[in-house]
Write a protein that binds this ligand. Sequence first.
Ligand code: DAT
Length: 198
Amino acid sequence: MARTNPNIIVTGTPGVGKTTHAEQLARSLGFKHISVNQIVKDEGFHEGKDEETGSWIVDEEKLLDYLEETDLSALGGHILDWHACDLFPERWIDLVIVLRCDSTTLYDRLTARGYKGKKLEENMDSEIMQVLLDEAREGYREEIVVELRSDKVEDVDGNVERVEGWVEGWRRDNPKGREEDEGEGAKEGEGEGAKTLV
Ligand code: DAT
């Protein structure tokens, strides 16, 4: 089956604004917001918490099987909101948005959320070292990976407008929809069964 709407990943370090963007995008585009963190918690796709950081240790295999069952790849019109991205097979995905945030701003957002110690430090390092951007570039074709700023409130509206324009273009380019296996050099989800900390 060909999907008639694109699937979009919104990723980035915790606190950059993924949920804020994903909710607004889902509303304005009429797409379904998939909060992967919520699914992990609700469905129990984890193996307890990491002692040092208190983060869930995700069972990626179960998570992927669950998402596969939802048929999101064939349906399209999903916004996948997670702080990791290379888990999702490229044949599911049409656009990968990596949100970036100034480190002082991110520090304030994460401390407001109660992050401290190792958890705060690891996430700050991750943003500074652009870990998610590199992960996205390694996992997906260069032309579908977009880096967007999320420092200020105005950035959200601007980003949403930009993505709306991109979705219109995608529909024009794919008038009959897009088959799962279209596109060259699709890389399969790497690291299946690996462990990710949330
Ligand atoms: P994430 O889902 O990446 O963890 P979030 O959407 O929950 O991030 O946002 C974290 C906090 O920062 C929340 O209080 C909303 C705020 N925020 C997000 N994006 C912002 C932006 N571009 N400008 C100002 N505040 C923002």
